[in-house]
Design a protein around this ligand. Structure first.
Ligand code: GUN
Ligand code: ZN
Length: 439
């Protein structure tokens, strides 16, 4: 956090924070909302938060930026599953997962051995994150170590708290994207050593998914994780019917898809499984018992026609929200929340807006094991914030004018808002994004 010396500054507007888990107690009781609130930032951290009058009178003489009554200051969004090399292949037509990978994803990922292209796209990707209020994410690079270096360098230049890892694949992919069990281990180990815990960077050991790894590669990555248990482990599971069938054929000696990862030491606290739509009861119970977490990717699941994840039957496992760019077409956590709400409705439930915003911030931060640092507007937390315009379009303004309370306001945002609602994004106490007025 020492990269930027940040002078003290006070931000004033509505403020939103949590003081409990809305899945464990009455959601409304976990919300701390101030109609006229303020946060004070210094040295990259939040050093005061509360009612504007209290914060300002306790800290006289400091700069106050007043955003007005229609602004909401909250922690930045945390997206637990994204692919930065897929930024430019979003919205590719007509295929389900396996064909989509072959036709669009793998050709694009082959370009990331070029460090200049990787750096260019890492910058494009991170700017999109910022303009959407996303301050932390867990990100897949490509098989090329250069793509990981480029990403962490770009994240470090913005002082963003990010997780990333080299994608490992030693079968069932184009020759240009293939490594081996040994090179996957060696390159991942070297990258982990170079980046993990350096500045705000976290390394995520990243076997792409079981079909593109041999048992030898999964075993090598399981060993690497055991040697570095503070790193994250991210992969895909149970996303698509054809994929699941393929896994049972490739690993016919193992009980099921989760059983494959479990057999190679790739489950447990710090493991983030993307999608997890079609788990069996056995897999669900085993995943919950293991301490692993799920990245729920509802826009991607809809876009690729993969299925509809059911949060209600997966409550035993920590769940977080993710865009899965570029399987998911949208960087916006509002789009992700909207799709998560729709998925819940499909299964006969409703996603409470307080639970939704908790998942999109603290829930994600906890899954990335960053919950003690980011995800909430509380004293001592790192100052990664977003300032929302609660009336970012005429339609939203009309709807908010009749909102009954903050929960209703949050619900209307998650159903209606997009990147136009993000006025500013702050990273480590520094404003890194400001919307232009003519956007
Ligand atoms: N499964 C394996 N690789 C991928 C990927 O890049 N995107 C998605 N959505 N699923 C995957
Ligand atoms: Zn993915």
């Amino acid at each position: 956090m020492s990269q930027y010396r940040t002078p003290p500054v006070i931000l004033r507007g509505q403020t939103l924070a949590f003081n409990g888990n809305p899945f464990k107690q009455d959601p409304s009781s976990t919300l701390r909302h101030e109609c006229d609130g303020a946060v004070m930032l210094e040295g990259g951290r939040i050093i005061a938060a509360g009612r504007a009058g209290d914060v300002i009178s306790a800290n006289p003489g400091y700069d106050v930026t007043h955003y007005g009554d229609d602004a909401l200051i909250m922690a930045g969004f945390v997206d637990t599953h994204m692919h930065y090399p897929q930024t430019d292949i979003v919205a590719s037509y007509g295929e389900q997962l396996l064909e989509w990978l072959e036709r669009y994803t793998f050709p694009e990922e082959q370009r990331y051995g070029d460090p200049d292209y990787a750096r260019l796209m890492a910058d494009v990707f991170l700017e999109q994150c910022l303009r959407n209020g996303t301050t932390s994410a867990s990100v897949y690079a490509t098989v090329h170590p250069e793509s990981v270096d480029a990403f962490f360098q770009a994240a470090s230049d913005r002082n963003m708290r990010m997780a990333c890892g080299k994608v490992c694949m030693d079968r069932n992919a184009p020759a240009e994207l293939i490594d081996t069990a040994q090179t996957a281990y060696d390159q991942s180990a070297a990258l982990l050593k170079r980046w993990h815990g350096k500045g705000r960077n976290t390394y995520a050991i990243t076997p792409r998914f079981a079909p593109t790894s041999t048992p030898e590669q999964l075993e090598a990555l399981g060993a690497l994780w055991q040697e570095n248990p503070n790193a994250l482990m991210q992969t895909h599971i149970s996303e698509n019917a054809e994929e699941i069938k393929w896994v049972t054929e490739l690993f016919d000696d193992l009980p099921d898809y989760f059983g494959v990862y479990d057999a190679f030491g790739l489950t447990g606290p710090g493991a983030i499984f993307g999608h997890a739509i079609h788990l069996t009861d056995r897999e669900r119970a085993a995943m919950a018992a293991s301490g692993s977490a799920i990245a729920h990717c509802p826009t991607s699941n809809a876009f690729l026609g993969s299925g509809v994840f059911n949060m209600a039957v997966n409550r035993g496992t920590p769940i977080s929200l993710a865009s899965d760019v570029g399987g998911g077409p949208d960087f916006s956590m509002f789009a992700t929340l909207r799709a998560a709400a729709q998925a819940a409705r499909y299964h006969g439930h409703s996603l409470h807006p307080v639970q939704a915003f908790w998942l999109a911030t603290i829930g994600g931060a906890e899954v990335l094991r960053m919950g003690d640092r980011v995800g909430n507007l509380a004293v001592g937390m790192e100052a990664d914030l977003t300032v929302l315009d609660l009336k970012s379009t005429e339609q939203i303004a009309r709807r908010i004018d009749r909102a009954e309370n903050i929960e209703d306001t949050l619900f209307a945002q998650m159903i209606l808002a997009d990147d136009r609602a993000v006025r500013e994004t702050w990273i480590g106490g520094v404003r890194q994004y400001q919307a232009t007025l003519d956007r």
